[in-house]
Design a binder for this molecule. Structure first.
Ligand SMILES: C[S@@+](CC[C@H](N)C(=O)[O-])C[C@H]1O[C@@H](n2cnc3c(N)ncnc32)[C@H](O)[C@@H]1O
Length: 470
């Protein structure tokens, strides 16, 4: 039975009757299938201590683990210490791990010192989620020396989430912002500035925590003509150096979105094979290690007709192993600068007026598959489609923010930022693309509404700007 039909059958009146009369509840559930029982258990809402436990206790013997887990969840609402031994029995011995987690959570909700030894014992469980529920229950008593000692021991737990939670709760040693400038502000000299030069040199003059959002597409190893690296290792080390600096200049809890895809270096002759480099997968561990927290992977899908056809051979011979799919996707890897602050904290740094202006009120993409046509440019071989930049900027920044592209190319991100009432900071090493950025920015609807026109400088001039000398 689908939820719409269930909704018709089990209305609020019936739920109230079942809640208030245990006999009616017990006899009603006897004839129901698992789906209906689960639906009722999900809809029970608030339960006060004093509510008869019988129907829920009967359901603890149900063969369906979801029914048992939900029965425990509802019993936990009663916060009744008499249920402690029942919860403990299920925490220790139910065959289903979701029932066990729910039972440990229920013990924690009792907030009763009697439960401390049991919760301490559950800290040794193999299931990290059981351990996390036990930690949650024990944190209420962390002012007690014995409890704190047990929690501190978990700083060496093999599970990374457990270590992180304990570190945050007990030691409070999560990375915190070091700078004093307000979260919604940034150094004026970066505002709408394009620097011609190598990003690894320029970025050294960008103060810590200046940037609200970085969206970039780095060089594709040696697949295109604009950059040459002696080896793949040299290429990865270069990106690592740049993205470590991007991390430094990013404000607390803000986002970095990296557009890459695996690339192919063609074979030198028919006697050799071509080589594929899985760039996104190789960069990812470097990023998390330097303090970027992985948030999402968005797949940018292009029409098949717009990408290189690799199918011609297979289409003819149809021999296994020689299959080559046409690569219609690129990745947008979404990272956040690691912090113990929630996204809500970041949002609260803005005035209600700015939040209102920044709301994404129109239709938006609800999935992580973004179908966007590529843009072809006569000067640059790999430009962002403006729609891609628009989405990233709208979903991951506020009006007035500073948006950075270290590998600006034709500067599409700068144009999108201005159109959306944000500010940009761009770096690009090729002179021909700097000229292209000038043309691109001239296309902006509101270029002349901006306070201060875009600045185009080289490294030396940028250093003077940094020192406040021009
Ligand atoms: C994939 S393209 C970016 C295209 C850009 N997203 C656009 O919309 O036009 C990479 C760009 O990085 C630039 N680049 C490569 N190495 C650089 C470096 N060390 N410093 C600054 N820019 C660099 C290249 O010249 C190229 O324009």
């Amino acid at each position: 039975m689908n939820r719409y039909v269930l909704n018709q059958k089990i209305n609020q009146d019936l739920i109230s009757r079942l809640k208030n009369d245990p006999k009616v509840f017990s006899s009603f559930i006897q004839n129901q299938n698992d789906g209906t029982i689960i639906y009722i258990l999900e809809k029970l809402g608030r339960l006060e201590n004093g509510y008869s436990k019988e129907p829920l206790l009967i359901l603890l013997n149900h063969e369906n683990e979801n029914v048992r887990a939900l029965a425990i969840k509802n019993l936990a609402k009663l916060e009744d210490i008499d249920l402690f031994t029942t919860f403990l029995k299920y925490a220790n011995s139910d065959e289903s791990t979701s029932v066990r987690r729910e039972a440990v959570s229920a013990i924690g909700r009792l907030r009763n010192k009697k439960s401390i030894p049991a919760l301490m014992n559950l800290l040794k469980d193999r299931d990290p989620k059981v351990v996390m529920q036990a930690i949650r229950g024990l944190l209420v008593f962390s002012y007690m020396g014995d409890v704190k000692k047990e929690l501190v021991r978990l700083l060496n737990h093999p599970n990374e989430l457990i270590r992180e939670i304990v570190n945050k709760e007990i030691n409070d040693t999560q990375p915190q912002s070091k700078v004093q400038t307000k979260h919604n502000e940034f150094p004026e000299f970066l505002k709408n500035t394009v620097v011609h030069g190598e990003v690894q040199k320029i970025i050294k003059y960008v103060p810590d925590e200046s940037v609200h959002l970085t969206f970039t597409s780095p060089p594709y190893y040696n697949a295109r003509d604009y950059s040459i690296y002696q080896s793949y290792d040299e290429y990865l080390s270069f990106l690592e150096e740049v993205f470590r600096e991007v991390h430094r200049v990013t404000k607390e809890g803000r986002f970095f979105i990296l557009n890459t895809s695996p690339i192919i270096i063609p074979r030198i002759s028919r006697q050799h094979s071509s080589k594929r480099y899985p760039i996104p997968y190789d960069i990812h561990p470097l990023l998390t290690k330097m303090g970027w927290e992985f948030i999402d992977d968005i797949v940018w899908v292009k029409p098949e007709a717009s990408v290189k056809n690799r199918n011609a051979g297979f289409l003819q011979h149809r021999k296994p192993l020689a299959y080559k799919p046409n690569a219609v996707t690129e990745m947008l890897m979404v990272y956040r600068k690691k912090t113990d602050k929630l996204i809500d904290w970041n949002i609260k740094q803005y005035s209600s007026e700015i939040i209102k202006q920044s709301k994404v009120s129109e239709d938006y993409e609800t999935t992580n598959v973004w179908q966007i046509d590529p843009t072809f440019d006569k000067i640059h071989t790999a430009v962002f489609p403006i729609e891609l930049c628009n989405r990233v900027i709208k979903y991951y920044s506020f009006v007035g923010d500073l948006i950075f592209d270290p590998f600006a190319g034709s500067g599409t991100l700068g144009r999108a930022a201005l159109n959306l009432n944000r500010n940009f900071f761009l770096t690009e090493k090729e002179a021909k693309y700097i000229n292209r950025i000038k043309e691109e920015l001239n296309k902006c609807n509101n270029l002349f509404n901006q306070q201060g026109q875009p600045k185009f400088v080289n490294l030396d001039q940028f250093i003077l700007l940094f020192r406040g000398n021009i």
